[in-house]
Design a protein around this ligand. Structure first.
Ligand code: SF4
Ligand code: SF4
Length: 347
């Protein structure tokens, strides 16, 4: 690799928080030509800004940035002087934008996915520790039918509520399962809404679906024992359906032993000790080891329960309900959004 290219790649990796990561620099090297790396390293800016700063042809820069946008490597953001290209500073989001897209592994093969897996497990996951609950980017959504008193549940805490209020819905393949390849769960389980959905559909990585189709997929995910999750805000724009062997957040908890990664739902499982027949189904369903039989009815470990409701939805005795343990103020008002950085071209 030429020195100039390496400097550009180090700048891009640095913005993502990993200036010395040889794995990330190697991945960027695979994906970018030297000219493209130079453009990315000099963002933010419009094609006009960049062309002027670098002494290059504006048409060529505009075409190149549009191509990088299509490949998920740069994004568009609203600025006072109009929309401009930016690079995200969120390494997990950057990884997802690439792994949503089948074109990368078609071009670079399985070794490309292996490198992302190595990056996540050796480097990225070690940045996933957020003692302040408000700083946790992701949150569990409970299975609403299992909440004891549904009056306490808010519209954005329900998968059906989020789906029904969306004007457009897209479904993408799960970038975590694409990267880890640790289970046979279906890939097409990541949902986006409205502006985020439009972005994925425009890039050709999202498939537009109806409300009914989205609800069918979500039901199937629940049956398969996948945990519904979303952004930890009151205006989420996505729903994921997560397994603990692949998901960046669940795997961080279950494989890497990090607890303060993702916010629980506001609910927790409670077992009716008289009704439990000690069958053990709930133990098998729980990803977090939070419910166990100890020579008798199942007991919930409140410190481990994430409030997903997967145990409750298959309990043959109907012995488990979700009860509210935190009030709605525990869900942060919107502080950030995937919407901020993905304006469509010219948007
Ligand atoms: S699934 Fe229900 S009945 Fe079976 S052990 Fe768990 S709580 Fe008890
Ligand atoms: S016990 Fe496990 S499966 Fe049940 S709600 Fe808690 S985290 Fe989910």
């Amino acid at each position: 690799m030429e020195n100039a290219k390496r400097d550009y790649l180090r700048t891009i990796a640095g913005r993502l928080g990993f200036p010395n990561s040889e794995i990330l620099i190697g991945l960027l090297d695979t994906m970018l030509s030297e000219r493209e790396a130079q453009w990315m390293a000099h963002l933010p800016g419009t094609p006009h800004d960049l062309a002027e700063r670098l002494g290059q042809d504006e048409g060529e820069v505009a075409q190149g940035l549009a191509d990088l946008y299509d490949r998920g490597l740069v994004l568009l953001e609203e600025a006072p002087e109009g929309s401009r290209y930016v690079t995200t500073e969120n390494p997990g989001w950057f990884m997802d934008l690439i792994l949503f897209d089948t074109r990368y592994e078609e071009r670079y093969g399985e070794a490309f996915l292996d490198r992302w897996r190595e990056f996540y497990n050796k480097e990225l996951v070690h940045t996933y520790e957020h003692p302040d609950p408000e700083a946790r980017p992701w949150r569990v959504i409970p299975i609403v039918e299992k909440v004891e008193d549904t009056r306490s549940i808010l519209p954005f805490e329900q998968v059906a509520g989020l789906v029904r209020q969306a004007e457009r819905i897209s479904v993408q393949r799960c970038p975590c399962r694409v990267r880890e390849r640790a289970c046979d769960n279906p890939l097409e389980t990541c949902f986006a809404f409205d502006h985020v959905a439009e972005y994925h559909i425009r890039r050709g990585v999202g498939r537009e679906v109806t409300v009914e189709e989205a609800l069918d997929i979500l039901k199937r995910c629940e049956e398969l024992g996948l945990v519904h999750t979303t952004e930890n805000t009151d205006r989420p724009t996505v729903i994921c359906n997560c397994c603990s062997c692949c998901c960046v957040f669940l795997r961080a908890i279950t494989v890497h032993g990090k607890q303060a990664v993702m916010e629980e739902s506001r609910f927790q499982a409670v077992v009716d000790q008289g009704a439990c027949i000690a069958c053990g189904t709930c133990e098998e369903r729980c990803h977090f080891g939070a419910i166990r039989r100890r020579e008798g009815p199942a007991q919930v470990d409140a410190a481990l329960c994430m409030g997903c409701g997967l145990c409750a939805s298959t309990c043959p005795a109907g012995a488990i309900t979700l009860v509210e343990v935190k009030d709605p103020t525990f869900i942060p008002k919107q502080q950030w959004s995937l919407l901020d950085e993905i304006l469509p071209e010219g948007g």
